[in-house]
Design a protein around this ligand. Sequence first.
Ligand SMILES: *Cc1c(COP(=O)(O)O)cnc(C)c1O
Length: 340
Amino acid sequence: MKKAIEDLVRVNIKNIKPYGSAREEFTGEADIFLDANESPFPTEFNRYPDPIQQKVKDKLAEIKGVKASQIFLSNGSDEAIDWLVRAFCEPKEDAIIICTPTFGMYEVVANINNVEIIQIALDKNFEPNVKEILETKAKLVFLCSPNNPTGNQIKKETIIEILNDFEGLVIVDEAYVDFAPYSLVSEINNYPNLVVLQTFSKAWGLAGLRLGATYGTEKLIEYLSKLKMPYNVGTNTQKMALEQLNKNTIQETVNQLLLERKRLEKELLELKNVVEIFHSDANFLLVRFIKAKEIYNALAQKGILIRDQSNKPNCENCLRITVGTEAENSTLILELKKLV
Ligand SMILES: *Cc1c(COP(=O)(O)O)cnc(C)c1O
């Protein structure tokens, strides 16, 4: 049987009275702002940003087909991972489940918050072990889909199965969803224990802005909003994100990267030192080489950086390669050919 979100959240969080920032307490119209100890002299940034980022949320809600009140925005989605652990996990008492190999931040955040980490390995096809997840007691399970560093999107039926029977929250990290076949954002009204994380750092090309979006039930968003620092998303970030959302041109760059991924995969497969390339639904490829360390070092010598994943479970001799521009990928292939 599943628990309601009110029963999962930490009691102190449920009862917290949030810090009321100046701009949140007053909702009418005003011309003279002497309420927040800002400088009255105009620079582009003398005023505090909108603490609830209403314009960005409204536009995002329209694009994603959800209500603005079902969106929480943060300083990158890394920040949201931290708020989720802090809101739901009692230090030294509660646990999170991570499905390894996966994104490293879940573990770091749990360690910072003194929360137990239960690792349940992905199978040989990098799909989660549903039975073991459902038999494990934990407040949160993190499912990275498409998964970093393996690249595959988890099967939708598998996630639905977990959503149906897991007692805690199911957090689906969709950082790479714009490159993948489906998103679960459209399911947030059907599964109250579903939380979806997305970011502007990958397909949107805005990693330097720092903006992440969390989608979930209004109750969940309310808890996260109570916890967050009042002005966690800066003026410039809100402005630039809104501009990009209005343009909404990511599909072109996504298509371009998907074509490049295909070409890169084909070229890599022709190399003698490549053992296998795993299926990718993201903007990177996980590639198994004969001797990954040698390849990694030789490329680094040439000023080409990729990511060594060979110490992760089931990733022996694997390197993760981000799909770059056509020219960058061609240079990479050229250097790899010299190493054969
Ligand atoms: C890159 C990445 C993120 C996010 O990052 P932010 O830049 O903090 O929004 C989150 N999850 C995964 C799996 C990632 O690869």
